[in-house]
Design a protein around this ligand. Sequence first.
Ligand code: SF4
Length: 363
Amino acid sequence: WQNTFDPFRSRETVKGLHKVLLREVERPVRIMEVCGTHTMSIFQHGLRELFPEKLKMISGPGCPVCVTSQGDIDTMIGLSREPNCRLVSFGDMLRVPGSNGSLRDAMAQGAKVHIVYSPMDALEIAKKFSDDEVVFLGIGFETTAPSIAATIIRAKKEKIKNFSVLSTMKLMPPALHSLFSQEDVEVDGLLCPGHVSAIIGARAYVPISEEFKIPCVIAGFEPADILAALILLIRQIKNGESKVENAYERAVSWDGNERALEIVKKVFYPVDVTWRGIGVIPQSGLSIRKEFEEFCARKKLGLKIKELPEPKGCRCGEVLKGAITPPMCPLFKKACTPATPVGPCMVSSEGICHAYYRYGFAD
Ligand code: SF4
């Protein structure tokens, strides 16, 4: 019996690709991986130790919890303390510190918070607790948006009145555009996210590669996927090319998942939103359309979200732009650890600071 992923983890394949990578890297290059799952996979499989010295990997803003603004986090925690409110969330949000504690702290004080794996579970919770307003915390990128959109459509069909979504969902291409427009971001190539690309398609990176003359390669998450994509990137850099290549064809097509894109478009429209560390990025968030506004928690509950500064001393913003690595933050491994996180990058399982801490990297 063979696991589907075995061929992409095979020692022989990885060894062969590693050899090619070592041969191809001739000058110092900086590659950004924008997906938190790539960051974790690179650490988990020990790829960092295998990379040649001249290849520097930097992490970008690809962890959805990490880029959620302090104002949004405080709003969620505030909402959890409202008497007739019941929050439903993915697990990563629980320990993210707000200005005044986390959701987990609020739970300890009696807040009603449910952890789910699928947004659809929130509808069952809403049916069960019909006296409470059940608010689903919609956090994520293009990958999560279709299932949240489908949940809102189902809620409308089933006429569920006590359910709403606090959308802080974000879109990756506008964030990349904003990031590469900043002068202090030096990147030679982009390792594009596999999951997001499965929805938006490889085509979505063409404007970025053309405008910023940056090679883009979409990668899967197994060691062979990542090494193969890096080889393609290095070859483009050496040849002075800047095109989009897809090294994850088993999951990503050129046009993406048209059905998923359609359902997202039906429920959401793009709006300007704040990304932690980057600021307001035009048309980079998803808000709920008028036709579904009875399920928009912001409108239904009249939420006013105030933008707030980062926790004192936390440099998540710079980490998320790839401007510094976590050990350059003075709080790293001192005041800030996974047990006592100061910023979200130390909490999330896809957070960069968490990865550096867990796998013991110091540079
Ligand atoms: Fe923020 Fe902690 Fe990371 Fe420093 S180490 S940037 S305080 S999360």
